[in-house]
Design a protein around this ligand. Structure first.
Ligand SMILES: [Zn+2]
Length: 210
């Protein structure tokens, strides 16, 4: 390890200091209000910022999203009436029907992006946010944070939602199609996951400093 690398390591351990990425000047870290940013005194570049959403708000959003996730999966998404026969479609039954009709990969991708990835994402959010709330760094915290970073782009409830809406419009000429609670549930889930996605995860590393 050369001198510069050693110096950088020392600076990184000093969490009360912030180094400007642009001009290498060193600053004393101050406490910021949510939404505020600290600028470099020498060159004016942004040193660090504190996200507008705090841990409590994120935790509330995550719990709300978890409840909506359960409801959206438990409730039917659509009801179809054709020739006196009424069929209800849940996420699970739609994925199973897609699997049976020979489009296995599509069914698997839908199940992953609409069910598995959001479920994993919400579980990881609950874990890292509860830990931050309790000022704890349990084993697995870093792994969970990395997992969240990789998972965020892969939970695509909105793509599924658009697909369902297109199918409803297409099928409406063949059958009477009624949107059900599950569809609204996935709509709300999309909004909540998007709101959670706007939060800078990096802020959680510093949350225990507040
Ligand atoms: Zn600077």
């Amino acid at each position: 390890m050369d001198m510069k690398a050693r110096a950088l390591t020392t600076l990184r351990i000093r969490t009360d200091l912030a180094v400007c990425e642009h001009c290498d000047s060193v600053h004393q870290r101050g406490r910021l209000a949510p939404g505020e940013a600290a600028d470099c005194r020498v060159c004016g570049a942004t040193l660090y910022r504190r996200s507008r959403l705090d841990v409590d708000a994120m935790l509330a959003l995550t719990i709300a999203a978890a409840i909506v996730f359960v409801l959206a999966n438990a409730a039917p998404i659509v009801t179809m009436q054709s020739g006196g026969v009424t069929t209800r479609g849940w996420l699970g039954s739609i994925v199973a029907a897609a699997w049976d009709s020979g489009v296995g990969p599509v069914a698997a991708i839908a199940a992953a992006t609409v069910f598995l990835f959001p479920l994993a994402q919400l579980s990881l959010y609950l874990f890292v946010l509860s830990a931050s709330k309790l000022d704890a760094r349990p084993p697995g915290f870093a792994a969970a944070m990395h997992g969240l970073r990789y998972l965020r782009p892969w939970s695509m409830v909105e793509v599924f939602l658009i697909g369902i809406l297109v199918s409803i419009v297409k099928m409406s000429s063949l059958a009477k199609v009624t949107p059900e609670a599950g569809l609204w549930g996935f709509g709300v889930l999309t909004i909540l996951l998007t709101a959670l996605g706007t939060f800078e995860l990096r802020a959680l590393w510093d949350a225990h400093d507040d």
